[in-house]
Design a protein around this ligand. Sequence first.
Ligand SMILES: C[S@@+](CC[C@H](N)C(=O)[O-])C[C@H]1O[C@@H](n2cnc3c(N)ncnc32)[C@H](O)[C@@H]1O
Length: 342
Amino acid sequence: MTSETSAEPQVLGLLERALSAGCAASLRAAVKLGLADALGDTPATADDLAAAVDADPDALRRLLRSLTCYEVFAEDSGGRFVHTEVSRLLRADAPDSLNHLVLWMTEPWTWELWGRLDESVRTGKDVFVDLHGREFFDHLHVAWPESAAVFDLAMTQASRQSATAIAGALPLSGARTVADIGGGQGFLLASLLEHHPDVRGILFDRPDVVANADARLLDGGALAERVRLMPGDCRQEVPADVDAYVFKNILGMNDEDAVVVLGNVVKTARAGARVIIVENFVDDGPGQRFSTAMDLRMLLTVGGRKHTREGLLGLVERSGLVVRDVRPVNSYQHMIEATTPA
Ligand SMILES: C[S@@+](CC[C@H](N)C(=O)[O-])C[C@H]1O[C@@H](n2cnc3c(N)ncnc32)[C@H](O)[C@@H]1O
């Protein structure tokens, strides 16, 4: 074997990685076209699928060929396409669908940010404010309401993956009131209330997010009597008279803000109140390609991060909380249990 041929896998491997935006774009196109929904359990040709989703047959065949390289759909020996376990997750009607998460990861505005990653790495700060003149969440809700709606649906899909495991694992014995801070549309809170029938809940998030809360929490919903929807900015305030505060997947904002938010609990809550933080660590657990990429995206958007285990524990302690326990909730998420000082 010559040195030229032995270097080929590395060359190809590097070039594939450099062009991996093509994979992300293909996934986005599949969702936008409704490709996974158009393909049922019967194998279909590219021409059939092109007719079903109103696409150019040759271009659609090329898209499918690209996707099959990533186990998203497969081609059978007769040249027809079938679902794989991965492509089924793109179907809108799959109970564990990830279609909105795929859209959220690939929203058009994200591509411009990635192109400026070197600047963020040089400065250690986001590029979002420089590009758009406003903080990320403010801009998202004002300028891109459709993208904000995708975000809320995506977070609900992410919560759906783990809510039951988390609801069962949360140490809530003796707690009467739980507040989910930055709780999104409240899928986790609803699961918690269903799992703990004696507990009352507060869903705290930005006004336009709580306004579109899970139907179970809204007026007339099955859990509405036991829940308070509280719009607000947790950098300014958190609810009082709460036995347990939940922070799931929200402390990736920049560290100074995260300390302020947790510090607001120390200031507001009664002594010994529980604080339960659910996060995936960037240095622990499977899925590091995902969490390291998400870490960089958070740097670009909010100057934030996915924390290491030590980093997050340090931040919790800096805020004045007392760490009691750290344990896994499932294969990729951990729970930190802390309390306000006695
Ligand atoms: C990554 S999402 C996580 C949502 C939810 N906890 C979950 O795990 O699915 C972060 C959430 O924090 C909310 N959020 C961000 N900054 C906030 C702030 N300053 N005050 C209140 N909520 C905020 C966002 O609106 C969003 O719903």
